[in-house]
Design a protein around this ligand. Structure first.
Ligand SMILES: CC(C)=CCC/C(C)=C/CC/C(C)=C/COP(=O)(O)OP(=O)(O)O
Ligand SMILES: C=C(C)CCOP(=O)(O)OP(=O)(O)O
Ligand SMILES: [Mg+2]
Length: 257
């Protein structure tokens, strides 16, 4: 008989000490999921929102400290206006609907990206959500909205150039640490695991600096299909990896800890 796994708690074949501390996700495939079912693309985004809600809860249940999701890229403005507007309204609705529960669950929510072109009401909801949850420590939830890795690096470079120009930083002080400090993700640790759904194997401008040594996991599942069993598989795969960081072979993560 097939083994039944209770996904409410950490499955027995995953090891707490060998879990990623920070998981990043490119939630791709919402549009295809809906199209395959004869539904409008926006129905896929609506379903995808349910998936992210359960994944966040799963991270909390399984003891994973940080989840970063790619919700809207700097390039996604190229989509039809109706889809962009729907997504903005969806972010707005989710924040209003879920904020109290996230607060109860100890979720600290942060947004990464240039928020200036977002609708005014969404921006103030975002500010309120970040302020309300800033002391929470159960799980950190980062939502990348109007995020672009190249834009982030340009902004960081400008910031550093300005500091050098005004004498606050010497040229010798411009190092990896200084650049990390100028990024939107500071002071978070880099993701240990990146998951991209829908079969595409590219970064699409997501966290190019921060993912330098991240383990990359690709699955053909479309984002609305990515459930706890799929996350379990991704974590099993992660625990079998050897992270070398340029050094020599070590044991897989699950045996090395
Ligand atoms: C606040 C929050 C976290 C919201 C969750 C809503 C959500 C899942 C947003 C993702 C939007 C998006 C552009 C997904 C990519 O799929 P796609 O449209 O590119 O799908 P396709 O590649 O099949 O066309
Ligand atoms: C998941 C998000 C928010 C952006 C990446 O997916 P895209 O669908 O925009 O990426 P490309 O296939 O265009 O590279
Ligand atoms: Mg896509």
């Amino acid at each position: 008989m097939a083994q039944v796994i209770d996904f409410a708690t950490l499955p027995a074949d995953l090891y707490t000490e060998a879990l990623p501390n920070h998981v990043a996700v490119i939630m791709d495939g919402n549009g295809r999921w809906a199209t395959q079912r004869g539904m409008p693309r926006i129905a896929g985004h609506r379903q995808g929102a349910k998936t992210v809600k359960d994944l966040l809860r799963c991270c909390k249940d399984w003891g994973i400290g940080a989840l970063t999701v790619y919700a809207f890229s700097t390039e996604n403005w190229r989509r039809p206006m109706e889809e962009v507007n729907f997504l903005m309204r969806l972010f707005d609705r989710l924040l209003r609907r879920e904020l109290a529960e996230m607060q109860r669950e100890g979720v600290r929510i942060q947004f990464l990206g240039d928020l200036s072109p977002l609708p005014e009401r969404l921006r103030s909801l975002i500010a309120e959500a970040m302020a309300l949850t800033r002391q929470n420590q159960q799980v950190q939830f980062n939502v990348a909205v109007n995020y672009g890795g190249r834009q982030e690096l340009v902004m960081a470079t400008r910031h550093i150039a300005q500091q050098v120009a005004c004498g606050a930083l010497s040229l010798e002080q411009v190092d990896e640490e200084a650049l990390s400090r100028a990024l939107l993700t500071y002071p978070m640790a880099d993701p240990d695991l990146l998951i991209r759904t829908s079969g595409e194997q590219r970064l699409s401008n997501f966290l190019p600096w921060q993912l330098a040594y991240t383990e990359l996991y690709f699955t053909d599942l479309l984002w609305p299909e990515f459930d706890r069993a799929a996350f379990h598989q991704a974590l099993q795969w992660y625990q079998s990896r050897q992270r070398r960081f340029g050094g020599l072979a070590t044991t897989p993560i699950a045996q090395g800890s």
